[in-house]
Design a protein around this ligand. Structure first.
Ligand SMILES: [Zn+2]
Ligand SMILES: [Zn+2]
Ligand SMILES: [Zn+2]
Length: 302
């Protein structure tokens, strides 16, 4: 539902608009503090570089506080970790740069390419180890769930597709053809919600965006596997471009972004300009205070 007036209702201030503390001095992701993280599982850097040494371009380390793990339904009495179902998995953190950059928007095209390379390498390693689905995601800002400001992403190794991905895939199958292919063709013809294009990929504000400035990035050609695609780096470049435009329009705001490999792969970016409340959480109806076509217009100009 698009309801512009709601933005002006009393108390509708934004989450995360306060400047956030930024602890550069204690940042465990900066170059030179390699021993502050668990031992790295992967890195891009000069050949022969020892683990824990500086000189890397992208570094992957296990998540210190994973939600998914090898534990079973019974739980583990010593650690107190329980899972209701056998949601086996692993979680890794990809540190995007040795520099203390705070957002994907500040990474160069080359750096974004290296992030994509790390995602792809880890997804293929996960498959080899029995985790066929990789959920890659980026949280930026405390209001979006990020506990550290240094730009990073999370890779969740899953033994099965998560519920939303199953739902998207089933919806595609029910329509008897690729829904996203049809949507992209229509959007590129109308050009109302398209923000930008690059290397065979499209950046747009989706028709049913849940939040102001929600973004979608997808390859124009139907591709099902982002982890073997030559387009993943360009997709991250388009996400970064969308964020730079958003920052010009609205300032730096918290965002959640994730990659979906549910048929025609794509990245979704949800800026956290409003707080999700009982209506959204209880009904699944999202109230968007900015029409996606208006948002796209603002971002194209920014
Ligand atoms: Zn840092
Ligand atoms: Zn498609
Ligand atoms: Zn999706």
């Amino acid at each position: 539902m698009v309801a512009p007036a709601r933005a002006r209702r009393p108390g509708a201030e934004r989450p995360g608009s306060e400047p956030e503390p930024d602890d550069i001095a204690g940042c465990p992701f900066c170059e030179g503090r390699e021993s502050a993280t668990p031992p790295e599982t992967f890195a891009l850097g000069p050949p022969g570089r020892p683990a824990y040494a500086p000189g890397w371009r992208v570094r992957v380390v296990p998540n210190k506080f994973p939600a998914f793990g090898p534990w079973s339904d019974e739980g583990d009495r010593t650690t107190g970790l329980f899972a209701r179902r056998a949601a086996r998995g692993r979680q890794e953190v990809v540190i995007h740069s040795p520099r203390h950059v705070r957002t994907l928007a500040d990474l160069s095209v080359r750096e974004l390419g290296w992030v994509a390379e790390a995602w792809q390498a880890r997804a293929l390693a996960a498959r080899e180890q029995g985790f066929p689905y990789m959920q890659a995601l980026v949280n930026e800002g405390a209001a979006a769930g990020a506990s550290l400001r240094h730009s990073h992403s999370q890779l969740v190794w899953l033994a099965e597709e998560p519920p939303l991905v199953v739902q998207e895939r089933l919806a595609q199958e029910a329509e008897g053809g690729c829904v996203l292919c049809r949507v992209l063709a229509e959007e590129l013809e109308q050009r109302i919600r398209v923000v930008s294009e690059r290397d065979g990929l499209v950046l747009l504000c989706p028709f049913a965006g849940r939040q102001p400035y929600e973004l979608l990035v997808a390859p124009r050609k139907c591709e099902s596997d982002p982890f073997t695609s030559e387009h993943l780096g360009s997709a991250l470049v388009l996400v970064a471009e969308g964020l730079r435009r958003l920052h010009v329009a609205e300032g730096v705001i918290p965002i959640n972004a994730w990659l979906h490999a549910s048929g025609h792969w794509h990245l979704e970016v949800v800026p956290r300009l409003t707080i999700l409340a009982g209506l959204e959480l209880g009904s699944g109806y999202f109230v968007n205070t900015l029409a996606p076509e208006s948002a796209a217009g603002v971002l194209r100009e920014s």
